[in-house]
Write a protein that binds this ligand. Structure first.
Ligand code: ASP
Length: 439
């Protein structure tokens, strides 16, 4: 059994957190490959080492003095090293970093040092081998990740290594220029490593006990999702439920390797298991509910629209021409509605409307702003009758006016449009009907 374990920044923010991580790793023989993030926040007012590095490098780039900032970063590591009583000095490493900063080695190089140094500390603490990700994770000249080359080199390297620490977040081009993933990208590294060693499980340790059925800012103490499929996760993450980097599912998904989200501060909790498919029915009919505010609905009407070939295409072309992406598109016989992000749309509103007029010649166009979209997601909906009915009666009881309904043919989700001001009330009503009352 091989497990790849990734630890997020808050799990590695201090010596105390490192000690918890050490206990977790030592508690299970199969936790052989470790992917650390950079030290994160120790409390809500603290700054992540990654952000400290970006700030420090911004000074270097302007040829300003940055040694105080760099010293503060070194202090973060020294307090971990001393707290764990390790015989390790990062003096030489910091000299190299200082020189490279002066030579303007790049923003990505700067940010990557957070994970790089934490990897060195972690390897020393665990007695595992340290592997610099710049040697095993590859990007092309344009900064795109190279999956095949990486898999080839990384799996060959890890085959020879019983236990290793591979820092998250970065890799390098074939010429050795360091490139990072987007923020939160250590999750992706963990997934790449899991694929390379054909792991049985990818454990992603963070500071929450998994995905929650609903947003805790709206629902008090919501239930945790025990098992979720990749597709359900995509739907919920897209609607704002973020625990894992979106791109982290792709490398493991193809290999059928499950991801287990776990909590470093509550290791006894089972967390959430993310799988390709499962015969385990969710505890409730719905797996989760998530949503976002800030949409505009553009209603386009034209008599006999349904028989006019190409009408929808022309309307959509107007959005495409102005670079606006479309969220949802419910339609009727003589009407179609396009949902877009309000922020994206506002600045280009009049241009888009005039393009629609020019291209599609509709009878009327009207706009409704300040709308929210809510996704009710669940593989269990397929086999349960009356889910939609229950949602809408719950919303009606809560006095929420439903503006739009869209159910995908996969029956995996139902999207509901409501007014921004009804958003929280609607999420609560849906959560209550499926989770609290459980009828
Ligand atoms: N340290 C990086 C960040 O703060 C990457 C990560 O933690 O995954 O975004």
């Amino acid at each position: 059994m091989i497990k790849v374990v990734k630890f997020g920044g808050s799990s590695l923010a201090s010596a105390t957190q490192f000690a918890k991580v050490g206990n977790i790793i030592r508690a299970d023989e199969s936790r052989k490959y470790v992917v650390p993030s950079a030290p994160g926040k120790r409390n809500s007012k603290d700054t992540k080492v990654t952000d400290m590095l970006y700030q420090c490098y911004a000074l270097a780039e302007e040829d300003k003095d940055f040694h105080i900032q760099l010293k503060k970063i070194k202090e973060r590591y020294d307090s971990i090293i001393n707290g764990l009583a390790l015989k390790l000095s990062l003096e030489e490493e910091f000299k190299v970093i200082e020189t490279n900063f002066k030579n303007k080695a790049g923003k990505d190089y700067a940010a990557s040092r957070g994970e790089y140094l934490n990897g060195i500390v972690m390897a020393n603490y665990l007695g595992y081998e340290f592997i610099d990700s710049a040697e095993v994770i590859f990007f092309d000249e344009n900064g795109n990740f190279m999956p095949e080359k990486t898999d080839e080199v990384l799996s060959a390297r890890l085959q020879k290594t019983e236990r290793a620490v591979i820092p998250g977040f970065y890799g390098a081009t074939e010429e050795g220029k360091v490139v990072t993933f987007s923020r939160g990208g250590s999750d992706i590294t963990g997934s790449i490593v899991a694929k390379a060693v054909r792991a049985d499980l990818y454990e992603n340790w963070t500071d929450v006990s998994g995905f929650l059925v609903a947003d805790p800012r709206i629902i008090d103490d919501p239930k945790t999702i025990k098992v979720i499929t990749y597709r359900e996760l995509r739907e919920l993450s897209y609607m704002g439920a973020t625990v894992l980097h979106e791109d982290a599912i792709f490398p493991v998904r193809k290999e059928g390797i499950p991801i287990n989200i776990r909590n470093t501060n509550a290791p006894e909790d089972e967390g959430t298991l993310i799988v390709e498919s499962t015969c385990r029915q969710p505890e409730y009919t719905i797996t989760g509910v998530a949503g976002k505010k800030g949409f505009v609905a553009i209603n386009v009407d034209k008599d006999m629209m349904n028989s006019e070939i190409g009408f929808c295409r022309k309307v959509l072309q107007a959005f495409e021409e102005h670079g606006i992406s479309i969220e949802h598109m419910p339609s009727g016989i003589d009407t179609m509605t396009v949902f877009v992000h309000q922020e994206e749309f506002e600045g280009k509103e009049q241009q888009v409307l005039s393009s629609i007029h020019k291209l599609a010649d509709p009878d009327t166009i009207d706009l409704e702003s300040d709308l929210a979209l809510i996704a009710v997601v669940g593989r269990g909906m397929r086999s349960t009758r009356g889910t939609a009915g229950r949602i809408f009666s719950a919303l009606a009881h809560s006095n929420v006016n439903v503006k739009m309904i869209d159910q995908g043919s996969s029956e995996l989700n139902i999207i509901i449009g409501v007014k921004n001001s009804d958003f929280e009330k609607a999420v609560k009503a849906i959560y209550d009907i499926f989770v609290e009352t459980q009828i």
